[in-house]
Ligand binder design. Structure first.
Ligand code: TRP
Length: 451
């Protein structure tokens, strides 16, 4: 018997490989897939963007996910302890930053999850609003938004408090297959709409010039690691519950592919609807509002069938958002459990969840605050975190290829290639992404403050 520390012995683990995969896909698939991806594709050159996105997933996303997996499984700790173990005291600070980023993402992510929850419930119970724009105003900010934000936090707390196996894994086993069935059903239905062809051609209209645009490349890279939940230790934490038998490279490729497919299919749902009801004006703004105003308009125009489809659509979005939120809360909860005070899981989930709910409250009252959170935390800090991880594993960790080799059955040149990619490809691209997103943030935040 190898010697294990007390913590490693008592640490929970996934019940099955499929459970881990479904939970990780659940973390990756979220609002980023259902709205950000289709929108970015139509904006940045259609199929050309899809192509660049796939390249970026392979060149950046999968290697970075491998990084998080290696760090998590090797140390069997959440971010703070994991980075301290590998990099020393100073890296623990980066780990704390990761937890803080998870904290802040969840604070506003849960507000949006609350909107989704409300839309799904209303489609089922009272039907669609006569004036979607006015309705969105009412849902998105104020006491109503706060109430549903608290409700969605409560659901996430309940799941995380239940534990890795009987909370997160069990929930993913039910919710993720439901999500796949729902989104495929929606895509088939959208295919039958009159506007389908026009929608597809708008979505995937190819502008080959964009293939060589730095801006588009940076957008594709940024989208790839946001969508794959990279840069703040979510995948790291999930991997800390894995055994050495797991084939990490295969897991990373499978999770990334599933995430891409859901995003791609979401576009096949959204654009036919928009074109069938001539709502292309609605998507000229990239705000989440278009998702919560434009689409409900279309659903309302369809009568009772629209209600049913609206419920399916928002339920899909809700499942994606909840399972992503759960992974964020798990990072924060696991950190409290691994920390000095060794908090018990239930207490940690409840206490941390309550503070996050509080921090998110301002976002429920002001959309500009929400947008600033998203811009600063969701873009700049995630890119910085990803860069730090690539550096740690690429340059500082001793023999990362040895850890990733456990459970891997392919040729060893692949692992060497991964290490070289982490050293020489990922950091420069991330620096470009960071440069671009700091500039964007400057514009967005500057614009808001001067208003
Ligand atoms: N991947 C999620 C989405 O596409 C959002 C996200 C970004 C995320 N970073 C994360 C989720 C970290 C969990 C953990 O919506």
């Amino acid at each position: 018997m190898p010697q294990l520390s007390d913590q490693a012995i008592s640490r929970e683990g996934w019940g099955s490989r499929l459970g881990f995969m479904l939970a990780s896909v659940g973390s990756a698939v979220g609002l980023g897939n259902m709205w950000r991806f289709p929108y970015a594709t139509s904006e940045h050159g259609g199929a050309a963007f899809v192509f660049l996105y796939i390249v970026m997933v392979f060149a950046m996303g999968i290697p970075l996910m491998g990084c998080e997996f290696v760090v998590g499984r090797h140390t069997k700790l959440s971010p703070v302890g994991a980075l301290r173990t590998l990099g020393g005291r100073h890296w623990a600070i980066v780990g704390h930053l990761f937890v803080l980023v998870g904290f802040c993402i969840l604070a506003y992510y849960s507000v949006i999850t609350g909107w989704t929850l409300r839309y799904a419930i209303e489609a089922l119970t009272i039907g669609l609003p006569a004036d979607p724009a006015a309705h969105f105003d009412q849902v998105a900010t104020g006491h109503d938004a706060l109430a549903f934000h608290l409700l969605s936090m409560t659901v996430m707390i309940a799941v995380v408090a239940g534990g890795v196996r009987s909370g997160i894994e069990r929930t993913s086993f039910i919710l993720m297959p439901a999500l796949f069935i729902l989104i495929i059903g929606l895509a088939i239905w959208a295919f039958t709409l009159d506007g389908a062809a026009a929608g597809y051609s708008f979505y995937l209209k190819t502008d080959f010039g964009k293939l060589f645009s730095l801006k588009v490349l940076v957008a594709a890279a940024g989208q790839a690691f946001f969508s794959l939940s990279l840069g703040m230790g979510a995948m790291l934490t999930y991997a800390s519950y894995l055994s050495r038998k797991e084939n990490l490279p295969v897991a990373a490729v499978t999770i990334s592919t599933a995430d891409f497919l859901v995003a791609f299919i979401a576009g096949l749902v959204v654009f036919p609807i928009i074109f069938a009801f001539d709502l292309s004006g609605e998507i000229s703004e990239s705000t989440l509002g278009a998702l919560f105003i434009g689409l409900p308009k279309a659903f309302a125009a369809m009568g009772n069938a629209g209600r049913f489809v609206a419920f399916m659509f928002f339920a899909t979005l809700l499942v994606g958002a909840l399972t992503s939120g759960i992974s964020l809360l798990e990072v924060v909860t696991a950190s409290a459990m691994d920390g000095k005070h060794h908090a018990a899981r239930k207490k940690a989930a409840l206490f941390m969840g309550a503070i996050i709910a509080l921090v998110g409250a301002p976002c429920a009252y002001d959309l500009e605050i929400l947008a600033i959170f998203d811009q600063v935390v969701g873009n700049v800090l995630l890119a910085s975190g990803a860069l730090a991880l690539a550096f740690l594993v690429g340059w500082k960790m001793k023999n990362p290829t040895e850890e990733i080799a456990h459970g891997f059955e392919g040729p060893s040149w692949m692992l060497k290639g991964w290490h070289l990619t982490l050293r020489f490809v990922v950091p420069p691209v991330l620096i470009l992404v960071l440069y671009q997103s700091i500039q964007d943030t400057w514009v967005v935040v500057g614009g808001m403050l001067s208003n």
